[in-house]
Design a protein around this ligand. Structure first.
Ligand SMILES: [Zn+2]
Length: 291
C-alpha cells in the first residue's frame, strides 16, 4: 500500500478547521495516518464489504479516538478529519478480492501532556486500531442469508465443502469510536484491525431495538428447540443449559442438525422415539408458520 504519511498543508488545515470551534494553526497540530479496517476477514471471521467500507468512510469523519496505551496516553484523544479508501490490486484478501483499506487521518492538539505520546508515534510504534460500529446485516458466505433475519444453519469459522463460513458485515448504521493501541513496532509491521459488532449502541434506536429483539427471540426459540432435542436424544440434562446457553443462532441450528442426526440413529431413536416424534411435529408446524 502507498505511504499514508502526509504534510499539514492548507487543504488539511481546512478539513480540520471544519470540525473545530476555533481555527487551529499548523504549529498547534499533530497529525497522523491510520488504517481503520479493511475487507479482509478478521479473527472473528467477519469482514466489511467494499460498500460497507464506503459507508464507514463517511461515518468515521469527526469521530474521536482514544489512546489505550499507558497512563500517559489514556486521557489523550485524537479526531479523524479525513478518510480514504485505498484499493491494493496486488494484495488479495482470503476471499480473492483486491484488498481495500479504510484509511484515516487524525489530528491532536499539541499540549505539554501529549508530548511523550507524540514522540512515541513519531518513533514508529505500531498502531493497532480497534473500531466500533453497528451494522444492520451480517451475511453468511455459504448460503448468502442474513444470519439475524433468515434461517442460516452455518457456524461461523467452520468449513463446508472446504469453504470457510465467514460473515460479511453490511449496511453500517453508525460508527462510534476507535481506539489506538500503541505497541512496539517489532511485533508486527503496519497496522491491524479488530472490528467489533455493537448493536446496543445505535443512533437509530428504533431499527436497532427491533433487530435486537428479533435476535433475542430467535435465540430463545432456537435454544428451546435445541434443548428439547437434547433431552430427547438422552443427553445429560444438567449440561443442556451450560452447553446450549452460550451458542449463537447459527451454532444452535448446527447443534439442532447434529442432534437430529443423533436421533435418527436407530439405537437412540428407539429410546427417544416418542419424544422425537412429538418434537418433529412441533418443529414442522413452526417451520410451516415461519414460511
Ligand atoms: Zn448460512
Amino acid at each position: 500500500m502507498k505511504s499514508l504519511e502526509f504534510e499539514i498543508d492548507d487543504s488539511v488545515l481546512e478539513k480540520i478547521n471544519r470540525l473545530t470551534r476555533k481555527p487551529l494553526t499548523k504549529d498547534k497540530l499533530y497529525c497522523f495516518p491510520l488504517v481503520l479496517c479493511d475487507n479482509e476477514a478478521d479473527r472473528d471471521n467477519e469482514y466489511f464489504t467494499p460498500a460497507a467500507l464506503e459507508k464507514l468512510a463517511e461515518l468515521f469523519v469527526g469521530k474521536t479516538g482514544v489512546f489505550d496505551h499507558d497512563a500517559s496516553g489514556r486521557n489523550q484523544t485524537a479526531r479523524i478529519f479525513d478518510t480514504e479508501l485505498i484499493k491494493d490490486e496486488s494484495a488479495l484478501t482470503s476471499l480473492g478480492e483486491p484488498l481495500i483499506s479504510l484509511t484515516a487521518r487524525a489530528y491532536m492538539v499539541r499540549t505539554a501532556h501529549n508530548r511523550d505520546l507524540i514522540d512515541e508515534i513519531d518513533a514508529g510504534i505500531k498502531k493497532e486500531v480497534s473500531v466500533s460500529c453497528s451494522v444492520a446485516k451480517k451475511v453468511c458466505s455459504i448460503c448468502g442469508k442474513d444470519v439475524y433475519s433468515d434461517r442460516c444453519a452455518h457456524a461461523k469459522g467452520r468449513k463446508y465443502n472446504g469453504k470457510k463460513c465467514v460473515h460479511a458485515l453490511e449496511e453500517p448504521l453508525d460508527a462510534y469510536e476507535w481506539s489506538f493501541v500503541a505497541v512496539p513496532a517489532q511485533k508486527n509491521a503496519g497496522v491491524k484491525k479488530s472490528c467489533t459488532y455493537i448493536s446496543e449502541k445505535n443512533t437509530q434506536p428504533q431499527a436497532d431495538e427491533k433487530l435486537l429483539k428479533e435476535y433475542r427471540e430467535l435465540t430463545d426459540r432456537l435454544f428451546d428447540r435445541a434443548r428439547a432435542l437434547w433431552n430427547a436424544a438422552g443427553m445429560d440434562k444438567a449440561l443442556a443449559d451450560i452447553t446450549l446457553g452460550v451458542l449463537s443462532p447459527p451454532q444452535l441450528l448446527d447443534m439442532e442438525d447434529r442432534l437430529r442426526k443423533k436421533l435418527s440413529n436407530p439405537g437412540i431413536a428407539q429410546t427417544a422415539a416418542a419424544d422425537n416424534k412429538n418434537i418433529n411435529y412441533k418443529l414442522d408446524n413452526e417451520r410451516k408458520m415461519k414460511i
